[in-house]
Write a protein of this length. Sequence first.
Length: 278
Amino acid sequence: MLRPHLFCILVLSGIVSATGISASGAAEPNDPSKDPWPGLVQDIFSNRPMSDGSDVIAIEMPYRAEDAAIVPVTLRSKLAPDDSRRLKAITLVIDQNPAPMAAKFEIGSDTRVSEISTRVRVNSYTDVHAVAELSDGTLHVVKTYVKASGGCSAPAAKNAEEARNHIGQMKYRQFARADQGPSNGAREAQVMIGHPNNSGLQMDQITHLYTPAFFVDELHLWQDNSPVLSMEGGISISEDPNIRFTYVANGAKTFRAEARDTSGHVFQKEWKVDDSGS
């Protein structure tokens, strides 16, 4: 993950322009001969071997995004029910973004998370890769292509004062109530965090200075004390991070979340499992 101070150094040194952003801030068409993926495999995955993941994981994104600052993405397990392997982690890489590793999701060993959805910034036309690590240590990759531009430099939806008042507010929603099935059955839930998630590329329209990178870089979720899902995030996760996922309930009475941002703030909240969290 790219820390805020390092990211600012990269911007000032001009490396961002090599990822498809012109001096004017407009996205330029990517040069197919300069495919960044081989270098990303080395930088992010230490050149570990990867297999075709079409029978392991699916990635779903719109081919042409309506809003480059909030592009929906869904990662879905395709492992057969009788497969002895399980998903251990999923890494989402937006190849042409200034900081390509958008998020790494670590999956609790007993929760069988099978689907994760969130919203991301896409800065220029790009391949997007999802790399699944299985419990046997193997890596499996799939990709899709997205037409979008300017997502990392798009102005925040909220003004600065509203964003400050919103920081750290967390909501939880569940989509299968306790009285609609067994307490240890499959469930779908959503955790939302109020945070500007500044990318470091957004310019203040009054001062013409760049707003420093400031984003949620850690999120941990538990049912009682059993880990469900963890996320290591970067600048590509959209404003007000929103994570929706499916998991298998273990009969826990509470659901708990803890988030940290790059300024060291810690946000915590706990909900009853049958509470809508609204």
